[in-house]
Design a protein around this ligand. Structure first.
Ligand code: ADP
Length: 380
C-alpha cells in the first residue's frame, strides 16, 4: 500500500466544513502541522481558545475524514488555541557573553541539526522519559535537575507529566504562578524555575486537559512561560510512548533524552520503546538510568536486588547507548521526594545526592559529546 501524503490529507480535510458551515477548514486556514509517518497522521486545527470544547465534534469529523483515506492507520487531530502567525520567536543565535560564572554551554540542539523553533533564552532542553509510569521518572527528573543546578548551572524543570503532575509535591510548592498578559511566571523551588500543570489545575479536575488539548497545554507551558536565561531545561515527560509523547518529541527542540528504567526485563521492554521513539524523531539518546537498582537493608546492611540489578546497564550496552548510572531503592529517596525535600537538597553531601550528581556529570558529558565542536561547560 502506498504511503499517504500530506497533500492527500489536506485534500481530504478540505471536505470538512468549518464552524461557519460554509467554507472548509483548509480554506479557513485552520489546519496546521500535518505530519505523516508510516501510516500515522497527526495534524492540528487552530480554533479560538474559548470555543475548544464546543468544536470537539469538528475535530472528530476531521479525524474520521482522514481515517477514510487508503494507507492511513491512525489519525490524531489536536485542537490548538488561536495564535497569531510568528508569535513564537525563533531561538536567537548563541551568544558568547553570558551572565554568571558559567561559560556558554554547548548548543547540542544546533549540533543535533534540530530545526524546530527553540525557546528564547533556553540553551538546551533535555527530556527525561520512561516507557511506563511508576519507575521513578519524576523522582529522577527533580533530583537530576537539582544536581545540575548544584554544579552552578541555571536550570528549569517543566513537569510535562500532565496526567499526574508531581513537581508541586516533590518541590513543596503550593503557590500559583502569576501571569503577565498570557505569559506565566514560573515558580521557584530550591533555585530551580518550575512550571507544572499541577500549579494551574486542582488535582480533581485534570480531565479538562486530557485528549486534544494535551499538546497545546504542553506547548503553552513550554513557550508561554517567562523562563528567562537557562542553561538547561529538564522536561519530565508524560510516561509512555503514545501520541502525546511522540508529538511532544517532534515539536520540542530537544537536545537529548534520558530514559529511566527499573532493572527488570518488563520495564526494559518499555524503556526500549521509549528509546526507539526518540530515535525515530532523531533526538539524541543521552543514556539510560537504572532506578530502584538495588536495596540495601537499613538494619542489616544486606544488599537485595528486589527488581533485579544491572539490567539497564547490559541493555544499554546491547543497544549501544550510554549508561548513566544506578540509583538504589532507598526509603530516604522516597520520603524526601514525596515530602517536598528531594534528597539532593535535603542531604546534599549524602550518598544518594552523590549518585545524582555523578549522573548529572554524565549527562553533561553526553551533551558535550553530542556537540563536540561547541564550547564545553566548565565549572568553577
Ligand atoms: P514516575 O514519575 O515514573 O511515575 P515517581 O518518580 O513518581 O515515578 O516514583 C514513584 C514512587 O516511587 C514515588 O513514591 C517515589 O518516591 C518512589 N521512588 C522513585 N524512585 C525511588 C528510589 N530510587 N527509591 C525509593 N523510592 C523511589
Amino acid at each position: 500500500m502506498s504511503e499517504v501524503t500530506s497533500k492527500e490529507v489536506l485534500a481530504q480535510l478540505s471536505k470538512v466544513k468549518g464552524p461557519d458551515l460554509k467554507s472548509d477548514i483548509v480554506s479557513l486556514k485552520m489546519v496546521e502541522n500535518v505530519l505523516v509517518k508510516k501510516g500515522k497522521v497527526i495534524f492540528s486545527i487552530n480554533v479560538p481558545a474559548d470555543r475548544a470544547e464546543e468544536l470537539e465534534p469538528l475535530r472528530e469529523a476531521a479525524e474520521k475524514a482522514v481515517e477514510m483515506l487508503d494507507g492511513v492507520e491512525k489519525v490524531t487531530a489536536v485542537l490548538t488555541a488561536e495564535r497569531k502567525p510568528g508569535s513564537t520567536p525563533v531561538r536567537p543565535a548563541p551568544t558568547s557573553a553570558q551572565a554568571g560564572n558559567v561559560p556558554p554551554p554547548m548548543q547540542a540542539q544546533a549540533a543535533a541539526g534540530n530545526q524546530k523553533a527553540g525557546v528564547p533564552g533556553i540553551k538546551n532542553i533535555i527530556a527525561v522519559a520512561s516507557g511506563k509510569g511508576g519507575v521513578g521518572k519524576s523522582t529522577t527528573s527533580v533530583n537530576l535537575a537539582l544536581a545540575l543546578a548544584s554544579k552552578g548551572l541555571k536550570v528549569g524543570l517543566l513537569d510535562a507529566d500532565i496526567y499526574g503532575p508531581s513537581m508541586p509535591r516533590m518541590l513543596g510548592i503550593t503557590d500559583k504562578p502569576t501571569a503577565q498578559g498570557k505569559i506565566l511566571s514560573p515558580l521557584e523551588g530550591y533555585g530551580l524555575k518550575v512550571m507544572s500543570m499541577g500549579f494551574l489545575v486542582e488535582e480533581e479536575t485534570p480531565m479538562i486537559w486530557r485528549g486534544p488539548m494535551v499538546i497545546s497545554a504542553l506547548t503553552q507551558m513550554l513557550r508561554e512561560v517567562a523562563w528567562g536565561e537557562l542553561d538547561l531545561l529538564i522536561v519530565d515527560m508524560p510516561p509512555g510512548t503514545g501520541d502525546a509523547q511522540l508529538t511532544m518529541s517532534q515539536q520540542v527542540p530537544l537536545a537529548g533524552a534520558v530514559i529511566v528504567s527499573t532493572p527488570q526485563d518488563i520495564a526494559l521492554i518499555d524503556a526500549r520503546k521509549g528509546l526507539n521513539m526518540f530515535r525515530k524523531v532523531e533526538v539524541p539518546i543521552l543514556g539510560l538510568i537504572e532506578n530502584m537498582s538495588t536495596f540495601i537493608c537499613p538494619k542489616c546492611g544486606e544488599q537485595s536486588d528486589i527488581f533485579g540489578h544491572g539490567g539497564a546497564r547490559s541493555e544499554a550496552d546491547r543497544l549501544g547507548v550510554p549508561f548513566l548510572g544506578e540509583i538504589p531503592l532507598h526509603m530516604n529517596i522516597r520520603t524526601n521526594s514525596d515530602g517536598g525535600t528531594p534528597v539532593t537538597v535535603s542531604n546534599p553531601d549524602g550518598p544518594h545526592a552523590k549518585i545524582y550528581k555523578e549522573i548529572a556529570g554524565e549527562v553533561i558529558a553526553r551533551l558535550d559529546a553530542e556537540s563536540a565542536d561547541r564550547p564545553q561547560i566548565v565549572f568553577e
